[in-house]
Design a protein around this ligand. Structure first.
Ligand SMILES: N[C@@H](CCC(=O)N[C@@H](CS)C(=O)NCC(=O)O)C(=O)O
Length: 223
C-alpha cells in the first residue's frame, strides 16, 4: 500500500495545459492533499540531473511520496493512483484491458496536443486529421457501455480523468452535444462529481491557447 497523502507533484508552470492536470483531477476527486511543485523550463534544466539520481526516468509529470518514492509518466502514474485510490477496474482482465486501451488512446491525443507547443506549422493537420480521429475513437469507446456515463459504465476509472482533461484542454466540452452524445453524457456526469465541481470552478477561465501561437512564456522547450 502506497500513501499519496502529502506527496509532491512535479510539473512545469503551464497552468492546466500539459500532462499534469489529469493527475491533479484524480487527486482532487480522491480528496488527497498534495503539494503542487511547479517550475519554469529553465529551472527544470537544473532540477533534472538531481532528479535522475533518485528517479532514472526523470520525466514529468511525476510524484514524490512523503516517504521518497517516485512515480511518473502520465498513464503509469494514473494507473498506480487508480490502484491505490479506488479508480482501477474491478471487473477482471477484460475491463483492465479496456481501460488501459482507453487511457493509451487518450494519451496519444495528449501527445498530439503537446506537440503543438513546438510544431505550430502542424496546426492544419492537428485540427483536421488528428482531432477528428481521436474524438471519434473516444466517442465510440464511451458508447461501449451505453448506460454510461464513464468508459466502464457506472464505474469511474483512472482513464476518465485523462479523457476529461484532453476534452477540456482542446476546448471541446461545450461542443460535444453537437455530435458526440456519449462523451457529452460522460462530461456532464464528470462535472457533477462534487469534488470535481468544486475544483473545476477554481480553474482560470481565459488561459491563453497553445495554438495557433503558443504564449510567449511557453515557447521555450527543453532538451
Ligand atoms: N509518455 C510520457 C511523456 C512524458 C514527457 O515527455 N514529459 C515531458 C513534459 S510534458 C518531459 O518530461 N519533458 C522534460 C524532459 O524530458 O526533460 C507521459 O505521457 O507522461
Amino acid at each position: 500500500m502506497i500513501s499519496f497523502e502529502n506527496s509532491t507533484l512535479y510539473y512545469y508552470t503551464v497552468g492546466t495545459r500539459g500532462r499534469a492536470e489529469a493527475i491533479r483531477f484524480l487527486l482532487r476527486d480522491a480528496g488527497v492533499n498534495y503539494q503542487d511543485f511547479q517550475f519554469s523550463f529553465d529551472e527544470w534544466n537544473d532540477l533534472k540531473p538531481k532528479l535522475m539520481k533518485k528517479f532514472p526516468m526523470a520525466v514529468l509529470p511525476c510524484i514524490e511520496t512523503q516517504d521518497g518514492q517516485f512515480f511518473g509518466s502520465t498513464v503509469p502514474l494514473l494507473r498506480i493512483l487508480g490502484k491505490e485510490l479506488g479508480y482501477y477496474p474491478t471487473g477482471g482482465v477484460q475491463d483492465d484491458h479496456f481501460i488501459e486501451n482507453t487511457a493509451d488512446l487518450a494519451s496519444d491525443w495528449v501527445s498530439d496536443y503537446c506537440k503543438m507547443f513546438y510544431c505550430p506549422n502542424q496546426l492544419d493537420f492537428h485540427l483536421n486529421m488528428e482531432i477528428p480521429l481521436h474524438l471519434s475513437r473516444l466517442e465510440r469507446i464511451y458508447g461501449a457501455y451505453p448506460s454510461g456515463p464513464y468508459a466502464l459504465g457506472n464505474e469511474i476509472t483512472y482513464a476518465d480523468f485523462l479523457v476529461y482533461h484532453i476534452l477540456y484542454q482542446e476546448k471541446f466540452l461545450d461542443k460535444l452535444h453537437e455530435s458526440n452524445p456519449n462523451l457529452e453524457k460522460f462530461a456532464r456526469a464528470f462535472e457533477e462529481r462534487p469534488k470535481m465541481k468544486a475544483y473545476l470552478a477554481t480553474l482560470p477561465k481565459n488561459e491563453p491557447e497553445i495554438y495557433p501561437t503558443p504564449p510567449k512564456e511557453l515557447q521555450k522547450t527543453t532538451s
